[in-house]
Write a protein that binds this ligand. Structure first.
Ligand code: HEC
Ligand code: HEC
Length: 153
């Protein structure tokens, strides 16, 4: 009886931790508005504090766009990202400029995705999380909610 309970507990708890990455309840509106207008408001735990700091410092020249945030919102976003950043040992560095998609963690989680999909016109970029993860806007990254049929397990 005890063993059954433990198996159930592990079976439910473990995947739920890896594939659920919702924005924290206290996420400031400024983050969703300013950092979710061109792409998904990425989960802060997917980059290290150091990489978020460099991202915010470089917003004027942000992947070919100007993503400058005016006024107190910049500090608010910066504080939020610092507080909720990922553990450096688990996530790994994102390169220059920092990319979630270049971290060890992202690469490890996507090892089974064939290279051709990152260039597929339905996807275009590895940073286009929602193209594959139907629940990404709500922080759901389960393998059961992959939009592209060939990628489903
Ligand atoms: C004006 C549009 C725009 C705004 C606003 C914007 N970004 Fe971006 N961001 C981009 C573009 C374009 C890319 C490159 C996407 C790609 O390579 O597919 C990008 C990429 C990124 C990446 C790297 C994604 C990856 O792993 O490849 C991060 C991290 C990021 N943005 C964070 C932010 C944050 C934080 C904010 C808010 C302060 C923000 N962005 C606001 C346009 C924007
Ligand atoms: C080309 C499609 C594709 C894109 C784009 C993509 N992913 Fe994934 N992702 C997958 C697939 C397929 C899996 C399942 C891999 C597996 O379970 O072996 C996965 C797994 C994951 C997992 C692990 C879930 C778990 O159960 O542990 C996370 C977290 C994740 N992706 C986040 C992201 C984020 C964040 C982005 C955007 C920055 C992104 N993905 C972009 C296809 C994609």
């Amino acid at each position: 009886m005890k063993r059954i309970a433990l198996t159930l507990l592990l079976g439910i708890a473990l995947p739920a931790m890896a594939d659920r990455m919702p924005l924290p309840a206290n996420t400031p509106a400024s983050f969703k508005n300013e950092c979710g207008s061109c792409h998904l408001a990425f989960p802060p735990a997917m980059l290290t504090a150091n990489d978020w700091q460099r991202t915010v410092a470089g917003l004027k020249d942000h992947f070919g766009t100007d993503a400058t945030v005016d006024g107190p919102a910049q500090q608010e976003i910066s504080n939020f990202l610092q507080r909720n950043a990922g553990n450096a040992g688990k996530v790994g560095a994102g390169g220059e400029p920092p990319r979630i998609t270049q971290t060890d963690r992202f690469v490890r989680k996507h090892r089974e995705v064939a290279p051709k999909y990152w260039k597929d016109p339905r996807i275009k970029s590895a940073a286009n999380c929602e193209a594959c993860h139907q629940g990404a806007a709500d922080g759901r990254y389960s393998e059961h909610e992959i939009a592209i049929r060939e990628l489903r397990r």
